[in-house]
Design a protein around this ligand. Structure first.
Ligand SMILES: [Zn+2]
Length: 317
């Protein structure tokens, strides 16, 4: 498996280099002075760990930086590890953007890549990150903390601010541009938050079942309860006792929908659905785009709107 991922990582580097050349394809960036490179002929190099970090960094950077994605499309980031090529990318980067906690490899990678002048942005740092408190949180890669802050449209804004500050620190000459780009994107995140709040505040049910425990911050933001089948990482398979307790709760709450996610095998979600008579639907933890997402031009905001539609449907069924 590792070898396969390594291969995928290598090919994605080529893709991300291509993508970096058309970083403003969504048409949302306001930066207009693309002459940035004042003599050096080299744009700011930003390495981002997995998809939401890449998307937020790209939105803030506009045309002023080349942003590369490390964890390739279609790969679940919880157990991904960098290849030597990724390490080389990291050591050449001016800025490294990562969420924190998900990237168990980051600390060691950063010390072996050497720091130089690189600005490292741990986007979730300083946010109130939850300890899980659950017995399912034994897996090492999360150290018992919930990393999924990007799934709260409110906390996502804080991550964008951290990325803005990191880019400004690395490239102070363009700090006004990063500020303006971040503001444009944060306005979209505020709209997303308002849409979630309006739609889910009225929901007739408050509990939803997810494949892994990615939606705790989102649930808390909108007064909902997440009932996860597995733990904070999708690789933590539930024990038979946990399965039985989830099934019991689904039946007693009359839950109609079991959510699964596209980067993880749905067989456990399907088993639970067939045992409870519920149907299945997709709730996306936005830990990576699939090829389909890419083909449809879906991005973080597009996927969050799909999540909202799916939640609204499930909670009002
Ligand atoms: Zn996750």
């Amino acid at each position: 498996m590792k070898a396969l991922w390594a291969k995928a990582a290598l090919s994605s580097l080529a893709v991300s280099i291509l993508l970096a050349g058309c970083g403003s394809d969504s048409g949302t960036n306001t930066a207009t002075d693309a002459h940035s490179d004042a003599g050096s002929g080299r744009k700011l190099q930003v390495a981002a760990s997995f998809y939401p970090m890449y998307e937020f960094a790209r939105q803030v950077a506009g045309d002023l930086a080349e942003v590369s994605l490390m964890v390739p499309a279609g790969v679940e980031p919880h157990d991904w590890e960098p290849t030597p090529k990724d390490m080389a990318l990291l050591s050449k980067a001016d800025v490294f953007v990562y969420n924190g906690i998900v990237e168990g490899w980051a600390e060691q990678a950063l010390s072996s890549a050497g720091s130089g002048d690189r600005v490292d942005v741990e986007a979730s740092a300083g946010l109130e990150r939850d300890a899980t408190g659950g017995e399912q949180a034994s897996d090492g890669d999360h150290a018992g903390m919930d990393p999924h802050v990007w799934l709260s449209p409110v906390l996502a804004q804080r991550e964008v601010e951290h990325i803005r500050d990191g880019l400004s620190k690395a490239d102070p000459a363009h700090s006004a541009d990063y500020e303006a780009n971040a503001e444009v994107y944060m306005a979209k995140l505020r709209q997303l938050d308002a849409d979630f709040r309006a739609a889910l505040g009225q929901a007739s049910h408050k509990t939803f079942v997810t494949q892994h425990a990615a939606f705790g911050y989102l649930a808390r933001e909108y007064g909902l309860t997440q009932l996860p089948i597995s733990g904070l990482s999708p690789e933590q398979e539930p024990t038979p006792a946990q399965m039985a307790s989830v099934v019991k709760e689904i039946k007693s709450l009359g839950i109609s929908t079991i959510f699964f996610e596209e980067l993880v095998d749905p067989k456990i979600a399907e088993t639970i659905a067939s045992e409870t008579g519920a149907k299945t639907d997709v709730l996306n933890p936005i830990e990576g785009l699939t090829k389909d997402d890419k083909a449809q031009g879906l991005d973080y905001i597009g996927l969050m709107n799909q999540n909202l539609t799916a939640l609204e449907k499930a909670l009002n069924a």
